[in-house]
Design a binder for this molecule. Structure first.
Ligand code: FAD
Length: 415
């Protein structure tokens, strides 16, 4: 551990570890000294134990996120355990609206990919511990307890091996997640809006192969997504994300596996087969959170610490990843130009660009959520007509699909 770093990243979760991977080539070519500080211990023997970022959830990566991981050089490893999405089937329970998007029609090999969080975590953290990552110190388990601005740098208080240490950095990146205590401690305000819902997440096994289809099903109590997962030891698997009103979540979590599967089947129908096994369940409260201040001199807030979205459109992490690459690009350019990495003007320019992407993505997820959680007959008719029209219009579908795939954004560089 050094006493001063060019960049200190708080949080080795999906966003923080991705930023370190994105900066890895520059850490070699430009000599950037980077620290990633992660509070949760790494498991022994290479197996990731329960950790908030790398839990039993699966994440739908948009096609655009694949290009990002290709640039980082980890795609080849990542793809050994992920499932392509070749079709997306969107339907409205009890109504006529249905639409289907297909990779073939959009002339791409897949519309997106589903990766289990613990595998993504393993690949990212392994990358940071390879021989060529010598300029990146992974401090774990270690907790950042304080961040204070000082002249031309940030002072960082750290707890490691039971001892308090004081470090400094030119730039601190807060990627410490949606429950960031530091955000509060540093007086960074945020807008928050609750959806009065929880996401109940579980892996479930249907009695037949999912055929690389992702399902989004809107029901009168909230949407359900069923994501295709890798088949393990002959067992077909899908990742369920079921949006349940707060008032019902306790009851749903208390159901035994058989009753749970029956309830899911009744809500979802049989288009993906008969559900025969359910894995461990987790429930996450759903909120829309947006940090009002995402940059200060010497400080950037990133990932879930900056924004948390309703998972309905599977966009939260994809948005975070676009922010990760944009920040890495900006920092590499700044270092090449000899600017300070904590330069406020440069960070504000970065934030202005990200803010447009955030507003657009949050707007899309939030509108979809509200439209499909409403049982008003006129809105129901409108959305069903919308789904049917989308199904009939190849151009509209392509626009929708390109946006969902993250292909309507400028290509990342990382040079
Ligand atoms: C049910 C559900 C389904 C989702 N599905 C999708 C999807 O399909 N597609 C998609 O794009 N997105 C999805 N998301 C969003 C996605 O999960 C988040 O965007 C992602 O987890 C954010 O990662 P993060 O690294 O910002 O935060 P986190 O995952 O919370 O990681 C923060 C890390 O910081 C560490 N930490 C915290 N405080 C400190 C400290 N003081 N010192 C050191 N370390 C610290 C923590 O230990 C943790 O490892 C979903 C979210 C939910 C809830």
């Amino acid at each position: 551990m050094k006493s001063h770093y060019d960049i200190l990243i708080i949080g080795g979760g999906m966003a923080g570890a991705s930023l370190a991977c994105a900066l890895l080539p520059a850490s070699q070519s430009l000599g950037l000294k980077i620290a990633v500080v992660e509070a949760h211990p790494l498991p022994e023997g290479g197996q990731l134990r329960y950790q908030p970022s790398y839990d039993s959830r699966a994440t739908a990566l948009a096609y655009g996120s694949r290009s990002i991981y290709e640039l980082m050089g980890i795609w080849d490893t990542l793809q050994t355990h992920l499932s392509p999405i070749r079709q997306i089937h969107v339907s409205d329970k009890g109504h006529f609206g249905v639409t289907r998007l297909s990779a073939e029609q959009e002339q791409v090999s897949a519309l997106g990919y589903v990766v289990e969080n613990h595998w993504l975590g393993r690949v990212l953290l392994d990358r940071l511990q390879q021989d060529d990552a010598a300029n990146i110190d992974f401090l774990c388990p270690a907790e950042v307890t304080a961040v204070e601005p000082a002249a031309e740098q940030m002072d960082v208080g750290l707890k490691i091996d039971g001892e308090s240490r004081q470090l400094s950095a030119e730039l601190v990146v807060m990627a410490d997640g949606g429950r960031s205590k530091l955000r509060e401690r540093m007086g960074i305000g945020y807008q928050q809006q609750t959806y009065d819902q929880h996401a109940v997440v579980a892996n479930i096994s249907p009695d037949r192969f999912h055929g690389d289809v992702a399902y989004e099903r809107f029901t009168d109590t909230g949407p359900m997504a069923l994501l295709p997962l890798e088949t393990l030891q002959g067992e077909y698997r899908c990742g369920l994300v079921w949006t349940v009103p707060d008032a019902e979540v306790e009851e749903v979590m208390a159901l035994d596996d058989q009753a749970f599967l029956q309830r899911v089947q009744e809500r979802f129908g049989y288009r993906a087969g008969r559900f025969i096994r359910a894995g461990e369940r987790h429930a996450y409260p759903l909120k829309l959170v947006l940090a009002q201040e995402q940059v200060r001199r010497g400080l950037v807030v990133l990932g879930n610490a900056a924004h948390a979205l309703h998972p309905i459109a599977g966009q939260g992490y994809n948005l975070a990843l676009r922010g990760v690459v944009a920040l890495a690009d900006q920092l590499i350019e700044a270092r090449k130009e000899g600017r300070l990495l904590g330069d406020l003007e440069m960070l504000q320019a970065f934030h202005a660009r990200q803010s447009q992407d955030q507003q657009r993505t949050i707007g899309m997820s939030d509108r979809t959520m509200r439209l499909f959680s409403n049982s008003n007959p006129l809105l129901t008719l409108g959305r069903d007509l919308g789904l049917q029209l989308l199904d009939l219009s190849p151009t509209a579908k392509t626009v929708f699909a390109r946006s969902a795939m993250g292909l309507d954004m400028p290509a990342p560089r990382l040079k």
